[in-house]
Structure formats: C-alpha cells, structure tokens
Design a protein around this ligand. Sequence first.
Ligand SMILES: NC(=O)C1=CN([C@@H]2O[C@H](COP(=O)(O)OP(=O)(O)OC[C@H]3O[C@@H](n4cnc5c(N)ncnc54)[C@H](O)[C@@H]3O)[C@@H](O)[C@H]2O)C=CC1
Ligand SMILES: CC(C)CC(=O)C(=O)O
Ligand SMILES: [Mg+2]
Length: 363
Amino acid sequence: MNYKIAVIPGDGIGPEIVKEAKKVLIEIGEKFGHSFDFTEVLLGGASIDVHGVPLTDEAITTARNNDAVLMGSIGGNTATSPWYKLPPEKRPEAGLLKLRKSLNLFANLRPAVLYNELKGACPLKDEIIGDGFDMMIMRELTGGLYFGERKTVEEDGVMTAYDSLTYNENEIRRIAKRGFDIAMKRGKKVTSVDKANVLDSSRLWRKVVDEVAKEYPEVSYEHMLVDNCAMQLVKDPKQFDVILTENMFGDILSDEASMVTGSIGMLASASLNDTKFGLYEPSHGSAPDIAGMDVANPIATILSAAMMLRYSFDLDKEADLIEAAVKEVLKAGYRTGDILSEGKTKVGTKEMGTLIVDMIKKG
Ligand SMILES: NC(=O)C1=CN([C@@H]2O[C@H](COP(=O)(O)OP(=O)(O)OC[C@H]3O[C@@H](n4cnc5c(N)ncnc54)[C@H](O)[C@@H]3O)[C@@H](O)[C@H]2O)C=CC1
Ligand SMILES: CC(C)CC(=O)C(=O)O
Ligand SMILES: [Mg+2]
C-alpha cells in the first residue's frame, strides 16, 4: 500500500535524525512491499529563514493532506539565535504550537520505557530499577498555559507579564478518555497529575477525570500532585502505568521521565486527534549544542516513526520489527554518546541509523 507522509526536518539536529528515520521507513517499505511518499514541509526556524514566518498556511494544508507527519524538532539557541529577537508569535515554537492546534492534535503520547539493554545508562540504583519500567505519559497538547491569553504591560515604569492557564471540561474529558482507553490496553492503572491544591484549572481537571474514571471500573486510578509526581518519577518509576496530565506538566514530567530511561534521545512521541492522522516526533528539542556533529541519538525519532506505523497506518508487524531492531542493536552494544556506558561501542547518528536498518534487513 502507499502512504503519504509529510516530513518536517526542522532545525538543529532535526534534519540529521529525520534522515535516519526515513532510512528506516524506506527499508520497512522494501521489506513489506509498502511505498512511502515523502513531502517536505518547512516549520520553525527553517520556515522563518525562507518565508519570514515559522509556519505558512500552505505548510498546514500540506501536512493535513498527508496521511501522517514525521517531524524532527524545531528551534534554536533561545539566548543567541536571531530568531529570538523576533516577536514571540514569529518565533519557531509559535509555528509548532499553531500546527498542533490547527491539526487538533490534543493527545500527546510519550512512552517512557527503560530497555533492559540500557540499564547501565540509567542514573537510578539497581534496587530502584528492578525489572525496569514501562509507562505512558498522556499529555494534553492543545490547551493550558501554552495556548492561554498572554500579554506584557508596563505601568509606572514596572513591567508585568501575564500568561493564563485555561481548560474547559470538554478538553479535559477527551484527553481523560484517551488516557483511560490506553490504560485498558496496558497495565490498567491511571495516575492523574494536577495541582488541585492550588489551581482552579486543576480542580476542574480532577472533577472531570473523576467522572470519566467511573466509566472504567477495571482501571485502578489515583490523583497525584505534580510536585510529588516529579519526585516519585525518580524515587520509584515502576509505580506508573499511565500518567494523565495537562500540557505544561506533561512537557516537564516527560523530560524528567526520559532521563530515567537513559536519555531524552530515547523518548518517542505521537500527537493524535480524533482520526487516524497523527504527528510523530521525538520528545526532545533541536539540541543546537550538538547540531551538525553526527552525535545526536536518532532512536527517539526512529521509534516515533514506529508509532506512526502503529497508530496511523495499523502496521503493527512493521512497528514491532523496528522496535525489535532497536533493542537488538542496543543488545549488540552500540550506543550514541548520550547513552554510552562502560564497555559499549560508541557510534554516531548515521551509523546508529544504518545499524538499525541492517538489523531490520536481517529480521
Ligand atoms: N518539539 C520540539 O521541536 C521542541 C523544541 N524545543 C526547542 O529546542 C531548542 C533547544 O532546547 P533545549 O532546552 O536545549 O532542549 P533540547 O531537548 O533540544 O536539548 C536538551 C539537552 O538534551 C540533549 N539532546 C536532546 N536531544 C538529543 C538527542 N537526540 N541525542 C543526544 N542528546 C540530545 C541536547 O544536546 C541538550 O544538551 C529550543 O529552541 C526549544 O524551544 C524544545 C523542546 C521540544
Ligand atoms: C514548543 C514547546 C512546547 C515544545 C516542547 O517542549 C515539547 O513539545 O515538548
Ligand atoms: Mg518539551
């Protein structure tokens, strides 16, 4: 079958890691008799440099007219890149937020799995790691603080800046249902994370999630405050199955969770709406500090491509093979710098991609 994929290389390490994920998809296509048509789309700094804006209407239309989107990452060094001298709505991140909103990608799935092979790269003690862990962070992606009204005003020579965190009950209900649906297919446990001891938006979150939970009697369910959750992720990550949370908390907690899996370079993601369409990207950013050096870990992007095959195209066998190939390559001892531990073989971005492709060929 033929699948149409919009590809957003983006900025920084984005083009390097997307190239490796495309190599993997092409190999999967050859092995299983699928063809993937790739159409490149500009987003973020790459779009600013060409069009003067981080996302054009044409780019949104192209993304929408494809079956799915594969993305690298966008943005530059926020202290030094000229992109950050532009007004906020013209900066790279504004383009990504607008794309997520335009495509209604409200459900962001971020699986944080500690592979057996990477136990040596996990900073936690062996007694905490135990048999490893496998959690899914379900992050609301089109509401909350990143989409609220914001302004900066000056009064009597004093600057004041406002950001607002808003959720309505429909936005909470649809992400909560997604979280419980996913839990039903996994370990049947949901930890809903909020700050209901302080925030009104979190109190509404808790009320709506309580209502949704009643529809899933088989799922064990708890509330946890976000500050405690940040601590529990390091103290005992095994306790989590599905973490269900709002946009900013999910953004921060998923970066934290990535580190207990070994590296942020391992954390894939899928951003989904109510259809089979999705945008697939690693959870990390454009890593300007290592861009162009052939050292970035492409695995999060390759695993995001596997999520695309699974969620948008129902190609489970193909997705399984990619995930198995990643594990085999790690088992064989190959590591990019971010997951390197004693006795392992250090490889670059391109070589890691090629090793995974070769493993798929053998599989
Ligand atoms: N979805 C996206 O496109 C995202 C974009 N950003 C943007 O990325 C830019 C850089 O942000 P940072 O805060 O530095 O976060 P970052 O995630 O890009 O990098 C944080 C640290 O992790 C390392 N790192 C990230 N990905 C890696 C990989 N695949 N392999 C090895 N090491 C990796 C980087 O070298 C850096 O030391 C900013 O402009 C930010 O706005 C940040 C997060 C998500
Ligand atoms: C523009 C940011 C919200 C991107 C980010 O940090 C993320 O999606 O994890
Ligand atoms: Mg983030």
